[in-house]
Write a protein that binds this ligand. Structure first.
Ligand code: HEM
Length: 502
């Protein structure tokens, strides 16, 4: 009897093991299963999908994969099927023609922490609250950071400070990054909360460290964003991320509270004032303020601040790197500015139509090193399609802006830095071009485009009117290779020699 019992129990154990193995295999097969009708692509491994085949520079990986799988393909990242769209036509179908279908945002772990539960603009899903905050932020840009307001802000404070520092360093080797950060920070911080900084201000340094820390910690994303159950293993990176995020939000909350204390509805000066006034109006009208809580307001400021500084600083960094490598282009830019504007006054926004070469160089810089090359991930809000392929509801969709701006079918020798490609036969800037969408397109198009474009134009023309940048003697030219990290194509540390031009 004992022998029979042990045989039965062994076989029961084996049966159980067999059942577990079958379930695991089924789970693994299910995890790499792709609904039929979706775009083709690599199958990947169970659980991790194709994560191991990706580098930091996703835009380059995806461009390479498009050669094998086509302009639209599906890749499994952890537990998510992600559709990658690589051509202008298909991106237009996704973001413009089917704008509402794909206006969602994946509800990622990182996004949730950064946005205190998706109460911001950039990470929150398509919703009435998102629409409301986009509208308010847009109006605030129009009121406080466009046209004359922006021009005056830059001429009065941000640019003289930058000029002074560069003049003090005449003929010396400089690292432009902190100076560009200071300038852009002064513009965005003035717009957001009326603050100006000097280079040695500890608060400026704290903001700069926070933005660098975010870039280093978040990198291409956390595993937990694509394999959510790994959240049960708190990593040191996750702890560091929490710490930096709390420090950052703490600084924005401080500005917010200071503004609340001295709020005067008849004297609105910046984004925070404007948001507080929107909240006040909603309260007075007894409207539902569930999407105008203090957290929502702080999150709008946090988004504008974070999205507005890194992008523009790195665009200006790329300008110095390319124009140092192409001194003939730099000389031509300076000649055009001096011919049209002269030496005695600073450039104005109204000079733009008369500076087509400068405009073409800015366009070419934003084409060849688009600073947000993979945009921000989108999500299908309904069952839809792209290029005839099925895209089920909730699928993550990423558009490869880099692939569009490097498309050999549209751009002649796209790797070549050639501003003339944006100039017409009659010498003027070409009209709006297809295949040039550095700010993305459709409902989620960059909210700060109307601030970034004039800001970059003014900074660019101010800089090259007054200063020349050149290679540090005996040192290699700064690298043209960027590194994609938390959405931005970052410039590696670099140095140049600065000389006064006028
Ligand atoms: C060179 C400068 C900039 C570039 C190239 C750029 C590019 C982009 C891109 C590609 C997106 C993603 C659009 C999408 O999801 O399809 C985006 C979103 C966004 N940008 Fe910018 N950006 C720049 C500057 C700015 C500035 C100056 C601000 C604000 C002051 C800003 C605020 C935002 C916000 C809030 C979003 C999220 C919009 C939403 O989800 O509805 N950006 N930007």
């Amino acid at each position: 009897i004992m022998l029979l019992e042990s045989i039965l129990s062994v076989s029961l154990t084996y049966k159980l093991i067999a059942v577990v193995i079958i379930l695991l295999v089924a789970l693994m097969l299910w995890s790499i299963h792709r609904p039929s009708g979706m775009p083709p692509g690599p199958r990947g491994f169970p659980i991790i999908g194709s994560m191991l085949s990706l580098t930091d520079n996703l835009h380059l990986d995806f461009l390479q994969m498009a050669k094998e799988y086509g302009d639209i393909f599906t890749i499994k990242l952890g537990s998510h099927q992600v559709v990658i769209v690589n051509s202008y036509e298909l991106i237009k179908e996704t973001l413009v023609k089917k704008s509402t279908d794909f206006a969602g945002r994946p509800q990622s772990f990182t996004g949730k922490v950064l946005s205190e539960g998706f109460k911001d603009i950039a990470f929150s899903d398509y919703s009435p609250a998102w629409k409301l905050h986009r509208k308010i932020a847009h109006q605030a840009i129009r009121n406080y950071a466009s046209g004359d307001k922006l021009e005056n802000m830059m001429r009065k404070d941000a640019i003289p400070l930058l000029s002074q520092i560069l003049e003090d360093n005449e003929g010396k080797v400089i690292a432009p990054r902190p100076l560009l950060f200071l300038t852009v920070n002064n513009i965005v911080a003035q717009f957001c909360f009326g603050q100006k900084y000097t280079l040695d201000d500890p608060e400026l340094k704290a903001f700069m460290d926070i933005i660098n820390d975010f870039a280093n910690i978040i990198g291409k994303g956390f595993v937990v964003d694509v394999i959510p159950w790994t959240a049960i293993f708190p990593t040191s990176a996750a702890r560091k991320f929490d710490k930096v995020n709390n420090k950052y939000l703490g600084m924005i909350y401080k500005k917010f509270c200071e503004h609340r204390q001295k709020f005067d509805e008849d004297n609105l000066n910046d984004l925070i004032d404007y948001l507080l006034d929107a909240q006040r109006q909603a309260k007075e009208e007894n409207a539902n303020i569930s999407s105008l809580t203090d957290t929502h307001l702080v999150q709008t400021v946090s988004d504008m601040f974070a999205a507005g500084i890194d992008t523009t600083t790195h665009t200006m960094d790329w300008s110095i790197i390319f124009l140092t490598r192409y001194p003939d282009v730099q000389a031509k830019v300076a000649r055009e500015i001096l011919d049209v504007i002269g030496r005695d006054r600073l450039p104005l926004l109204s000079d733009r139509p008369n500076l087509p070469y400068c405009d073409a160089v800015i366009h070419e810089l934003m084409r060849i090193r688009t600073v947000v090359p993979m945009s921000i991930p989108h999500k299908a809000l309904v069952d839809s399609s792209i290029g005839g392929y099925l895209i089920p509801k909730n699928t993550w969709v990423m558009v490869n802006l880099w692939a569009v701006q490097m498309d050999e079918k549209h751009w002649d020798n796209p790797q070549e830095f050639r501003p003339e490609r944006f100039i017409d036969k009659d010498g003027s800037l070409k009209a709006k071009q297809d295949n040039f969408i550095p700010f993305s397109a459709g409902r989620r198009v960059c909210l700060g485009e109307s601030l970034a474009k004039p800001e970059i134009f003014l900074m660019f023309t101010y800089l090259y009117q007054r200063f020349a940048f050149s290679q540090v003697p005996g040192k290699a030219l700064p690298s043209l290779e960027g590194n994609l990290s938390s959405f931005v194509l970052r410039v590696p540390e670099y140095e140049v020699v600065v000389k006064k031009r006028i």
